[in-house]
Design a binder for this molecule. Structure first.
Ligand code: UT7
Length: 341
């Protein structure tokens, strides 16, 4: 897809220390550990401290990704932060991160594509490198969803968690890095997953606060149906676009929303579960942080080897979806891999 190939040169994450277990939730709402595990696969999630904001997690994840890539903040040309929980409506969280990382006066912007945000950011950032405009782009998916959850609503509060993941994008040798990507959205499904108030349609007022309209509202069943279909369709599309066959996929990294969604999509794709990264049990749904959290875990645990074909797929509010196929190369060989068939 690109004139210059674009690789993931470094990955880093940050999750808050506080663990909220299903048992903890049992004392907060009418739910049970058994229901949550069976319906979602989630056992626990991380929750930010009251004074911890999205940029706090984003900055730590970014520092770790830069260190992993061997890149200094001064070398970063552009920062993209995908989030639905920015520190403030404006300025952008990306600008706050830019200042705290000590980057130069480089471009920085936030991107809103729900849980799909990180992959949108990855694809957007890659274009600047592919076009030869920039050499080093930092893409971060960061969320403190605990701040926009109605902790009295059992149908949503058990699902989400906080965290951040970052990648450093850099030019890669031809045939390595990003092989293909696809983006999509269907605004007809916008009502299925949203925060109704606090924007220009329904500005914040005492009434909107009283009605709890500043929290996540979701039609879980409809989103579930959409998710299973779109995960498999988007993955198939990007696998085709990359000129690959299903059985050439070494690692599948789906958005971590619900183990049942992942298993249903993986079954449609006829992929074995041992090629699928799953960490929803430990983090819940961290929205735009979910894919980089899983990517980092796969890289650190040795599940990624040079030349592995990795497919990442996400879906979320919008409704939106995205998929990316990447040919991985490790830190050891970064910059000097020999392209092979
Ligand atoms: O990143 C994208 C964001 N969102 C998603 O990916 C979410 C997609 N949807 C889902 O993951 C699932 O639809 C949920 C996990 C949200 C719900 O699972 P479900 O199997 O679709 O359950 P349901 O909504 O059909 O509800 C079944 C029952 C209901 O009770 P009744 O009406 O059958 O008596 C709910 O009230 O489960 C009840 N319920 C709960 N019970 C215990 C809903 N939430 C809970 C809960 N604990 N936390």
């Amino acid at each position: 897809m690109a004139e210059v190939s674009v690789g993931i040169a470094g990955v880093g994450i940050c999750v808050p220390d506080r663990v909220l277990t299903n048992r903890d939730l049992e004392s907060m709402v009418d739910t049970s550990d058994e229901w949550i595990r069976e319906r979602t696969g989630i056992r626990e999630r991380r929750i930010a401290a009251p004074d911890q904001s999205t940029s706090d997690l984003a900055v730590v994840a970014a520092r770790r990704a830069l260190a992993d890539a061997g890149v200094t903040p001064g070398e970063v040309d552009l920062i993209i932060v995908a989030t639905v929980t920015p520190d403030m409506v404006f300025p952008s969280t990306a600008s706050l991160v830019q200042e705290r990382l000590g980057c130069g006066p480089v471009g920085a912007f936030d991107l809103s594509a729900g849980c799909t945000g990180f992959l949108y950011g990855l694809v957007a950032g890659a274009q600047f490198i592919a076009a030869g405009t920039y050499r080093t782009v930092l893409v971060i998916g960061a969320e403190t969803l605990s701040k926009i959850i109605n902790w009295e609503d059992r149908s949503t509060c058990v699902l989400f968690g906080d965290g951040a993941g970052a990648v450093v994008l850099r030019p890669a040798p031809a045939g390595w890095g990003l092989l293909a990507a696809c983006l999509g959205s269907d605004g007809a499904g916008g009502d299925l997953l949203k925060i109704p108030a606090g924007g220009s349609r329904l500005p914040a007022s005492a009434l909107t606060v009283e009605k709890k309209l500043h929290y996540i509202h979701m039609n879980g069943r409809e989103v579930f149906r959409f998710a299973v279909r779109i995960l498999s369709e988007a993955a198939s599309e990007v696998i085709r676009a990359a000129g690959l066959k299903q059985d050439q996929i070494d690692l599948f990294i789906p958005h971590q929303a619900n183990i049942r969604i992942i298993k249903a999509a993986v079954k449609r794709l006829e992929l074995p579960m041992d090629r699928v990264v799953v960490n929803v049990d430990r983090y819940g749904n961290t929205s735009s942080a979910s894919v980089p959290l899983a990517l980092d875990e796969a890289a650190r645990s040795g599940r990624l080897a040079d030349g592995d074909r990795v497919v990442m797929v996400a879906f979320g509010a919008g409704l939106s979806w995205a998929a990316a196929a990447v040919r991985w190369y490790s830190t050891a060989s970064r910059g000097t891999p020999e392209p092979t068939g």
